[in-house]
Design a protein around this ligand. Structure first.
Ligand SMILES: Nc1ncnc2c1ncn2[C@@H]1O[C@H](COP(=O)(O)OP(=O)(O)OP(=O)(O)O)[C@@H](O)[C@H]1O
Length: 280
């Protein structure tokens, strides 16, 4: 190894942990869903979070976003522990997170422009003209036509709703966005375009992306790392190559199953021609 090369461990040491989950337990009555779970998310990465149905992916995301109570453990976002932060710091922290819930979850009685301005009104004190300018930038950023701003969610296609919801998640220029199954309900071309948009935003804005997904195409084409939830913990996290090597029946059948092999383009599931697969 030359002096300028780094080992994988050294490279890992230089990454900034933007989200640190330690020893988190969440239970509903006697039903323990997450048990002493640990997870790290690094700045600028796209992390795909997968696991069988009902394993607790949404519960973890909601626990991180403080939408439900956990029994124990610590969650540090951008180095801050929300539990011990004062009110002013909590608000600052909230502003650095963006969320796109499944199905978009736009307010149906508001136009796209008004939807995007909801977080701006909540957290910023800006004149309407400036909010309008910022909104136009967000609409362009997610690849929507400027005319979409005046439309109501019922007038938009599924793909446009996802983009509008993403624009709202980006309204306050967050450091990290949480996406709950962002490509579900989209056709393969729409899903591939949405993945491309996510990768583009990561590259241009340095955004960190935490994506709960069942979409193998997304995992193979845009995710830098994958974390697998199983047995109430993060069973394994790493690259696709590391998933393929991991000795667990669910992980093996998920990443080496017939569909995964078709997407990856190689008999053993390695490599990736997901984009080609999708547009065929
Ligand atoms: N508010 C709640 N009260 C009681 N139990 C809950 C609650 N929310 C989730 N659960 C339970 O937690 C478990 C995990 O649910 P969760 O929705 O996180 O699964 P998931 O991994 O996101 O599944 P899917 O991929 O099917 O969306 C389930 O057993 C569910 O019934």
């Amino acid at each position: 190894m030359s002096e300028t090369e780094m080992t994988a461990e050294q490279a890992e040491g230089t990454r900034e942990t933007i989200l640190e989950v330690r020893d988190v337990t969440v239970a509903f009555g006697k039903n323990v869903v997450l048990d002493s779970l640990d997870l790290d998310v690094y700045r600028g990465e796209i992390l795909g979070f997968v696991g069988g149905s009902g394993t607790g992916k949404s519960v973890l995301m909601r626990a991180i976003l403080r939408l439900l109570r956990r029994q124990s453990g610590t969650i540090r976002i951008l180095g801050h522990d929300y539990d011990t932060a004062n009110e002013a710091d909590r608000i600052k922290l909230d502003m650095r997170l963006g969320v796109l819930f499944q199905h978009g979850a736009l307010f149906s009685a508001l136009t796209v422009r008004e939807n995007i301005q909801v977080p701006m009104r909540e957290y910023l004190d800006l004149p309407q003209s400036l909010m309008d300018e910022l909104t136009a930038v967000k609409i362009e950023m997610v690849g929507l036509d400027p005319s979409a701003g005046a439309k109501y969610p019922s007038e938009l296609s599924g793909g446009m709703i996802k983009r509008a919801a993403l624009a709202r998640a980006l309204a306050l220029d967050p450091d990290i966005v949480f996406l709950d199954e962002p490509t579900s309900g989209l056709d393969p071309i729409g899903a591939a375009e949405f993945d491309e948009l996510i990768a583009q935003l990561r590259d241009t804005l340095g955004l960190t992306v935490y994506m709960v997904t069942h979409d193998l195409d997304s995992l193979f084409s845009v995710c830098d790392r994958i974390a697998v939830l199983g047995q109430k913990k993060v069973l394994v996290s790493g690259t696709i190559a590391e998933m393929l090597e991991f000795d667990d029946p669910w992980v093996q059948s998920y990443f080496r199953g017939k569909r995964a092999r078709t997407i990856s383009g190689y008999p053993d599931g390695s490599g990736s021609n997901a984009e080609q697969y999708r547009t065929e």
